[in-house]
Ligand binder design. Sequence first.
Ligand SMILES: Cc1cc2nc3c(=O)[nH]c(=O)nc-3n(C[C@H](O)[C@H](O)[C@H](O)COP(=O)(O)OP(=O)(O)OC[C@H]3O[C@@H](n4cnc5c(N)ncnc54)[C@H](O)[C@@H]3O)c2cc1C
Length: 459
Amino acid sequence: MATKYDAIVIGTGQAGPSLAVRLAEAGMKVAIIERKRFGGTCVNNGCIPTKTLIASARTAQVARRAGDYGVTVHSPITVDMKKVKARKDAVVRHSSDGLQKWLRDTQNLTVIHGHARFADPHRVRVGDEILEADKIFINVGGRASIPPLPGIDQVSYFDNSTMMDVDFLPEHLVIIGGSYVGLEFAQMYRRFGSEVTVVEMGPRLIKREDEDVSANIKTIFDGEGINIRLSAECIGFEKRGDKVAVQVDCSSGDKIVIGSHVLLAAGRVPNTNDLGVGQAGIKVDKHGYIQVDDQLRTNVPGIYALGDCNGRGAFTHTAYNDYEIVAANLLDNDQRRVSNRITAYALYIDPPLGRAGMTETEVRKSGRKALIGKLPMTQVGRAREKGETDGFMKILVDAETKKILGALLLGIECDEVIHSILDVMYANAPYTVIQRAMHIHPTVSELIPTMLEELKPLE
Ligand SMILES: Cc1cc2nc3c(=O)[nH]c(=O)nc-3n(C[C@H](O)[C@H](O)[C@H](O)COP(=O)(O)OP(=O)(O)OC[C@H]3O[C@@H](n4cnc5c(N)ncnc54)[C@H](O)[C@@H]3O)c2cc1C
C-alpha cells in the first residue's frame, strides 16, 4: 500500500528543502527524502566546508606575510590540521543540523531518511515504503566524476567528499583537474603547507574563462609555489610504495609526478543513475542530466527537476533560483523562467574571481559591436593599501544600447563587488548609471566608474 502525499521532494540540496517547506506551508501534505546528510553537497562537502577551510588557509597566508605589514609573528607558521578540520566540522554541523530541525519542525512535512527510487511516474520507493503523489520534485544533485584513467583502480584517491575527512597535512597533494574545484583546493593546501601539483589535461587553467583570466591565475599560483602541469594528455597512476606516481606526459617537464596523495577534481556527474528515471519515463541526456523546460518541468507531467541534476546550473544559487522559479509558477501565479537569469558565480581563490554575464570570448563570438574596459588591480587604491594587488577587472558593454554584457573581476573583494554590476544588469540599465553614481572612498567599487571611463571598441 502506498502512502499518499500531495507532493514528494527527493533530495535536501539547495532547492528541495525550501520548496518542501513552501508547499507544506501552502497546506499541501509533503514528504521530503534524503539518503545521506541534510543539506547536500553545498552544506556538507561543497561551498560551506571549502570556504571555511579557505578562511583557515588565508589566515596562514596573512600570518606568513605579516612582516610585509610591519607586524612580527614568530615563525615558522604552522597549521594544526586537526583544529582546522574541527572548525570546519562545527560550521557544517551548524548548517546541516539547523536545516534538519527546520524540516522536522514544519507542519504537513514528513522527513524520510533513505534512498528514493521511482517505481512509476507517480510512485517512489524508499526501502520497503512506497510513496505516491501527483507532483514529484527531483533535487538529487551530483557527485565527483571518477574518470576511467589508467591505473585509477590501483591507487587510493580523494574526491571533494572524502577530502572533507582529511585532518593531516598531505606531504605532496597531486590534484587532477585545473578548474574551479581543483584550484580552490590547490591554493588551500599550498597555504596549509603541502607541496601541491595541479595536473590539467587542457593547455590552460579553467578553460571556460577568458585566456587572460587563466594566465593571470597561473601567475598568482606560480607566485605561491603551486606546481602546474598543463597539456597533461596521458594521465595515469601507479602505486610506488606508500606514494603514487602520476603520469603526466606534458610537452615539457618531467613525465611523472610522485605525490603522497591524489585528489580527483575532474568534473561532476548527476545523481540520476540510481533514481529509476527509466521506470518513470523521465528523459535524461547522454550525461544523465534530466531534461527540463524553462519552468523546470520534465517530459513527465507533474515531475520537476531542480538544481545540479538538470544541467541548467552548477551552483548553490542556481539551485536556489530553481526553487524560486518553481514556487513562483506553482504558488504565486508569477511566470518566472530559467532563461531570465544572468550567469553569475565566483571562484574562491585568493584573490577571488567574480563573474557576471558573458565572457569576452562569448561577446566576440556573438559578433555584436561592443566596448571593453580593463583595469589592473595595481590601480585600485584600496588594493594597494591592503597590500593585495593581484588581478584585474574587465567589463564589456554593448556599443549601441550601452547595456552591460558581462564583467569579470579578479581581485580583492571582487566576489562582493561583482554584485554592483550584476544588479545594474538585472535592472536592464545602461552602464552610465554606475558611472554617474557617487561611490564610497576608498573601495574597490569606486574604480568601476574609472574603468568605464576608459571603454574602447572591442577589436
Ligand atoms: C568542492 C565544491 C565547492 C563548491 N563551492 C561552491 C560555491 O562556493 N558556491 C556555489 O554556488 N556552489 C558551489 N559548489 C556547487 C554546489 O555545491 C552545488 O551546485 C549545489 O550543492 C547543488 O545543489 P543541489 O540542490 O542541486 O544538490 P545537492 O546539494 O548535491 O543535494 C542533493 C541531495 O540529494 C540527495 N540524494 C541524491 N540522490 C538521492 C536519492 N535517490 N534519494 C534520496 N536522496 C538523494 C543527496 O544525498 C544530496 O543530499 C561547490 C561544489 C563543490 C563540489
